[in-house]
Ligand binder design. Structure first.
Ligand code: SF4
Length: 568
């Protein structure tokens, strides 16, 4: 029952909405979280519908489909914090109402009793819009609003002023972490004794006391996503058909990429990564035959053979990887898939089997090849073995992407050059490099035990809601820190950017920008062999993502480069 209703939740109509992003480019991939929440609540007898306002706004070009680094009126409006504060506090603002009504015009809410709003992770402007949507729905439609989607604590601008947003009526309940189980528990608790202590991830505000924050849940139930109700026709995409580049091949067909998860949480403990935190210790996985059958059902239902496995690692263990690949082959799935993977305990026969099971691309975490950096982060890989696995993976016909981090604590020029030398030496086997500037991640081992990693004086950076004019506000950096016996923050932030620029230059020189996933699936489908995919474009520089360059800065990153003191 809602605050006003005594009708049991199972007799009410629920609707979960993905709110529009204002920062990230439209991915063209259905939202995994909505689909698993819908599956879970449906299994438990709730009447839930789902809709994707991000896809609908993109399809109709209400907001640009390629938004990275772009300013446009709706984003400018949301980033006018003083103005939206007046709106949240009850002031009239027809311009805000107009844009929210336009967004909501893409979905039907008349017969809905409870609206679940899913924010886009890490997109501050979109979080502001989600709060405006919540306020508008509560004020004008008198429905219960539950806000979530900011699953990871690192990317939660809303949480910095949760009590303020609650008091101003932007939502009834806020859930952090994964929402499937907490939503069930919340509905059950509200219908029974009203005691909310056991609703994981819920932050709530008892009338007579301070806010209470329950421990979030980062384990997902092992459910197969249910995409019914999403605007599936909007996800069939031509490679790059909404991008800056013309579609290279007139024979291209539209493809649909579906997200699925095979396992949950990561058994490794890389100190910089949120998965190393104590909230992510319980590793679970789907049974191979169950998941193979489910994928077969999705292939038939949606007429697609392209899957993005959204795992931390495909090979959480060698045994799991082998069993999953065997199941895909045994069930004759004939799919193509991409996933992340760990550079240990793999050999050529297993990688060939993984390729045969449909793997076309694996994303390998390397981060830095410097022995000093490897020791600091506790990645647990050995560079000789890593290099050999990349070669075998290449030999098996798998497209290799590697993740690199620029500016880890205590990184020196020598450490950076070590990684660059590795990239040069292994360029024949590496097809793409994802470059990430270091940031201290909430909940990671480094953030929980900074001194152990040579970091001290950790301070939260101003949020989007409370900018401090003396401080660099950054979408990437959520903390400042000093290196123990090393660089103070003002120098460290420069070092991170300089390291990034050096590695980015190498990414461009070695042509390691790579291809996007839709394009990879399309080329593998058409030409079967890796070299006909990876060699296809003469220049792939445009794919190299630049956080500190022109596009990375406008609107959500430092107003100025801390290195060059100018916008490129
Ligand atoms: S970086 Fe990758 S391998 Fe390491 S803990 Fe995170 S998800 Fe696991």
């Amino acid at each position: 029952m809602t605050a006003e209703s005594s009708t049991p939740f199972k007799e009410q109509r629920l609707k979960i909405l993905r709110c529009p992003s204002l920062m990230y480019n439209y991915s063209g991939i259905p939202p995994f979280g909505l689909a698993t929440i819908t599956a879970m609540l449906t299994q438990h007898g709730y009447q839930i519908e789902q809709d994707d306002l991000d896809a609908k706004c993109a399809a109709d070009e209400l907001f640009p489909r390629h938004r990275w680094g772009k300013q446009f009126p709706a984003k400018d409006l949301m980033l006018d914090i003083q103005r939206v504060r007046r709106y949240w506090e009850g002031g009239d603002d027809p311009a805000v109402d107009d844009i929210i009504e336009e967004v909501l015009s893409y979905t039907e809410l008349d017969d809905i009793d409870v609206v679940l709003l899913s924010c886009i992770e890490g997109d501050d402007a979109a979080a502001i819009m989600a709060l405006c949507i919540g306020k508008h729905i509560r004020d004008t439609m008198n429905k219960m609003v539950i806000l979530g989607g900011e699953a990871f604590p690192h990317m939660m601008p809303i949480k910095s002023e949760l009590a303020y947003f609650y008091e101003n009526g932007c939502f009834d309940y806020y859930i952090q972490g994964y929402g499937e189980v907490p939503l069930l528990n919340l509905f059950e608790a509200l219908e029974s004794d009203g005691v909310l202590d056991n609703v994981n991830g819920l932050v709530y505000f008892p009338e007579d006391g301070d806010s209470i924050e329950n421990r979030p849940l980062f384990t997902r139930p092992e459910v197969i996503p249910d995409f019914d109700g999403l605007p599936m026709h909007l996800y069939y995409r031509f490679p790059d058909d909404w991008g800056n580049q013309a579609t290279e091949d007139a024979g291209t067909e539209e493809i649909l990429v579906l997200p699925v998860k095979l396992n949950f949480c990561c058994p490794m403990n890389c100190a910089f990564c949120i998965s190393s935190g104590d909230a992510f210790t319980k590793v679970t996985w789907m049974k191979p035959d169950v998941v193979a059958n489910a994928i077969k059902g999705l292939v038939e239902k949606y007429d697609t053979r392209y899957f993005m496995f959204a795992d931390d690692l495909f090979n959480i263990s060698r045994r799991f990887a082998e069993q999953m690949a065997d199941a895909f082959i045994r069930h004759d799935l004939d799919i193509m898939w991409s996933d992340c993977a760990y550079l240990r305990n793999l050999d050529l026969p297993l990688l060939q089997k993984i390729r045969k099971s449909g793997a076309i691309r694996l994303v390998w975490g390397v981060e830095s090849t410097s022995p000093k950096m490897q020791k600091l982060i506790g990645k647990g890989i050995k560079m000789d073995e890593a290099q050999q696995i990349l070669k075998w993976s290449h030999q098996a016909g798998i497209y290799n992407s590697v993740e690199i981090i620029a500016g880890l604590p205590h990184e020196t020029d020598e450490d950076i050059e070590h990684t660059i030398e590795f990239l040069h030496r292994n360029r024949p086997y590496i097809d793409q490099m994802y470059l990430n500037p270091f940031s201290l991640i909430t909940g990671s081992r480094m953030e929980k035990m900074p001194e152990k990693y040579g970091i001290t004086n950790v301070q939260p950076v101003a949020t989007i809601f409370q900018r401090n004019p003396d401080e660099v506000y950054s979408w990437i950096q959520r903390y400042t820190f000093d290196e123990v016996d090393g660089l103070p923050w003002k120098s460290k932030i420069r070092q991170i950017e300089e390291s990034y620029r050096r590695l980015h230059q190498v990414q461009l020189e070695l042509n390691l920008g790579g291809h996007d996933l839709h394009f990879l699936f399309h080329r593998f489908n058409k030409f079967k062999h890796k070299h006909l995919v990876s060699d296809f474009q003469t220049s792939r520089e445009h794919q190299g993502f630049d956080y500190f360059g022109r596009d990375g800065q406008r609107g959500h990153s430092p107003a100025k480069s801390v290195v060059s003191n100018r916008i490129n």
